[in-house]
Ligand binder design. Sequence first.
Ligand code: C5P
Length: 194
Amino acid sequence: MQFTIAIDGPAAAGKGTISRAIAQHLGAAHLDTGLLYRAVGMKTGDPVEIARTLSAQDLAREGLRTVAAGEAASRVAVNPQVRAALVAFQRDFARREGGAVLDGRDIGTVICPQAEVKLFVTASPETRAMRRWQETGEGSYDEVLEQVRIRDARDMERADAPLRPAEDAVVLDTTDLSIEQAIAQAQAVIAERL
Ligand code: C5P
């Protein structure tokens, strides 16, 4: 069986945790596409060339989950040539036998517009900053909130593949949900559509 589940949303809304849980539940493959941009952002050299030659090993490097890597990712992610160079990798992954769950910013809108299920996972900036701060233990809450706001603005205002829900996406706001509740709601949406 082949199917694609696209899960988009801003940083720290819960999409990574939800995506992993769903992939595990369905026995499908999971790709955190943010890792592609993080890996490109953290390497030195021409980002377009790095994106063209990116390998699966690059995605397993240490340090890709740091705040600095997220910042570096969002800076290279505004480059249309970088984005174009990463399309084939993501589309190949999406066609895997056994199903695929991809999470990112533009999966439902650009990478996999034909996905069987599209979810847009979001939460208030304050809630996302608190989660990110508790998870990374880096800096102060106020600094993390500021970084979340800057990253949201950069992701939503870029000309190429801006962050926004696809027209046919189901929006899941996790602000007042526990992670278990968020996963249960996502699973209910998927069960209705697959
Ligand atoms: O999801 P994550 O925080 O790892 O993403 C880091 C950055 O990579 C995002 O802020 C965004 O700028 C970029 N990104 C993107 N498109 C994706 C995934 C991530 O532009 N599909």
